[in-house]
Write a protein that binds this ligand. Sequence first.
Ligand SMILES: NC(=O)c1ccc[n+]([C@@H]2O[C@H](COP(=O)([O-])OP(=O)(O)OC[C@H]3O[C@@H](n4cnc5c(N)ncnc54)[C@H](O)[C@@H]3O)[C@@H](O)[C@H]2O)c1
Length: 359
Amino acid sequence: MVNKDSQNRESNVQLNLAGYDQLNTLIRENSFSKVFILVDSNTHEACLPLFLPKLETTLEIEIIEMEQGEEIKTLETCDSIWKVLSELEADRKSLLINLGGGVVTDLGGFVAATFKRGISFVNVPTTLLAMVDAAVGGKTGVNLDSLKNQIGVIRPADLVLIDTQYLKTLSANEMRSGLAEMLKHGLIRDEDYWTRLINLKDLDAHDLDDLILESITIKEDIVSQDPSEKHLRKSLNYGHTLGHAIESYFLESPTKSKLLHGEAIAAGMIMETFISMLQCGFPSEKQERISKAIINIFGAIPLNEEDFMQIKNLLKFDKKNEKGNINFVLLSDFGKPEIDCQVSNENLDNACSYYLNLN
Ligand SMILES: NC(=O)c1ccc[n+]([C@@H]2O[C@H](COP(=O)([O-])OP(=O)(O)OC[C@H]3O[C@@H](n4cnc5c(N)ncnc54)[C@H](O)[C@@H]3O)[C@@H](O)[C@H]2O)c1
């Protein structure tokens, strides 16, 4: 159980690790009218029975279940949840608790931020990825068809409650997916953290607490310096320009099996580190080590040249783009991000060829 507290004053997010007391105090002190808990089909079964006994309130509690999975992160799902909230007479003093992975916290946060112009919400992330990244920092939103996170707002949760007990039922693949975002934190901030992650023997929930806390601290520190993503916060998108395009490509393909978010980001980090070496002087020896380490953990996604043509087309929808330019975050070294970099077609093609040759 993680047992350290941290406070993000800038965004007013109170991050309380394993803080059920904090949650119960929040509910007691805010005279909420009703509590709604948003779960997906898996967290309903695996996490809700652990969560409910921790809630100390006499308020009426309503459970809202959505299906699981990235395909469900859409405005249509929001629409059905807004309607359920309305039918159940949610008002502006209602509290929404998002109990789930990044899909539930992204979508639930957006639902709460927009329902009746905004109700309070709490994130209780239940995947590694949501604990170290998605549930923290206030980005909420949904996909537009298969295009990632095109609709959304930045609105920090009233509380983010991390309890690593939930990880006990998470599959090994989903744990690995979360590791990708932790590795990103190492790349953009701290080589020593990266090295410790790479040398982990396994991804058991045991012993992960300190590493999770470190990731959250890195993210919170960056977000607190640039909450509305004008500059430094963009570094958290490392690996995501190509990673999101790959994820969208698999999401929209009728024939390809779905990729997990972290798997796509892992491939994105390999290619963007390669481009960093070509363009920003990222040391080539480190670039090779990073590539090998990521492939050792995630393997290479089976892709061909035709796939990359389509993936490159999807780059034009990236949220960081401005005035028709595709903006990448690159690195000149571990912990040295360069923001709003334009990448030539040639370097992009070289990175794609490099990745193809890893297969
Ligand atoms: N807002 C942000 O800053 C941010 C950052 C990174 C990623 N994201 C988003 O997060 C999403 C990915 O999040 P994710 O990887 O958590 O995906 P997810 O929410 O789809 O969860 C992965 C799977 O694990 C299941 N699950 C969740 N908790 C479980 C538990 N404790 N035991 C068993 N099964 C459990 C879910 O039902 C789902 O099937 C993507 O949509 C991505 O865009 C957002």
